[in-house]
Design a binder for this molecule. Sequence first.
Ligand code: ADP
Length: 450
Amino acid sequence: MIQSILIANRGEIAIRIAQTAKRMGITTYAIRTAKEPEALYLSAADHVINFPNTDSTIPEFLDIESIVAIAKANGIEAIHPGYGYLSENALLADHCQQTGVIFIGPPANVIRAMGDKITAKEIAGKAGIPMPGGSNGAVSNVEAATQAAQKIGFPVIIKASAGGGGRGMRIVHKAKELPRLFNEASSEALRAFNDPSVFVEKYLVSPKHIEMQVVADAHGNIIHLGERECSVQRKHQKLIEEAPSPALTPALRAQMAEAAVNLAKAVNYQSLGTVEFLLDKDNKFYFMEMNTRIQVEHPVTEMITGVDLVELQIRIASGEKLPICQADVKQNGWAIECRINAEDVQSGFAPATGTIKGIRFPQGNHIRFDTGIARGSEVTPHFDSMMAKLIVHKASRKDAIKATMTALQQLHIKGVKTTIPFCKAVMDNKLFKSGNYNTSLIEEQMTDLV
Ligand code: ADP
């Protein structure tokens, strides 16, 4: 078993990782940066290491060389990248391997293959997973994109092969808009990912976003932990997630899980992974992408299965066999997660900043509140706007919605604008309550908010 972990991340996920590692008797190290010298996450680890002064302009948590050097200099055995930052960067996994540090995640070649949406689609297609129609591979100019779009019919979506975080993506409704949107997507991709490759995919109108959690060890054992529904989105960004999904029958769940496991098998997957699907109005599902890291929304799966995903990740990276088999995995009750972001809902969810003057936490055995902030924390534009995640677990979906509303009413964060009012509006929304909502919920049903 790994004895020490360098947490190459900040905020709530750094605390989340430290908590499990501590429980497992593993020594944890956090990294202190000049941008956030007194952040809450620093107190969660056993040791804190100051990020070295460098001339580099790379943000600290993206600086592969420095992070691996910290691990080496301090004799730390493994690196946990959390989510975002370097979590899906194959170069970190490579660098770890070359220097004898354990990377807590899949092998570099798997990160590389799945990190490129075109390659991932190719592999998934070969593994027999249903695909939305689209260009086979990259389209290098407007003509090729137009041809692909005309073949599948509008609307289409142009996506960056290296994409993530909703960047490099454009929806095209009519042929005449295509040249402009193709160029926008491609140049945004070049700026954000240093790779202008884009492809064309059929745009499904108002689908659901449903993803499957898979876990695989280095001994060929692969299981799934069921689904999460992440259809409450604004501008293709998730805001509220739930597990299970109100849309899945046991038969459909089994089919989607099988597809996810087949993809994991096809790439000889190891570690935690998430296979994302779109579900259309006829309950047909299509592969979208695979994320090779822990997801922000992993707690809803943990709540209903009782499985600690970070623990599994660490055990797998240590070379252990999966401690559970498929038959051990049961979905129990209903969990909802609300992302509490520092954003001004009234001004189009613009990032908000400020000093946290006080927090009142919601109370109850059914509540989990994962946060990286405390009284006195500075919320600055340096980092992502997510400050906390409120997760509620109850026996039924109806009870979970009610208890989430109560918890949101109890939760107070003073000093910065938050998405709490938005989350309350969703809990109160008829369509959300019906369970029959999809990714257009906010844009179509909650127009006063967008
Ligand atoms: P990113 O990797 O940038 O987050 P994704 O490919 O995961 O982008 O897509 C993000 C969201 O965009 C999805 O959850 C979904 O709401 C929407 N989306 C992506 N592809 C399609 C599609 N083909 N049809 C309809 N919506 C899509």
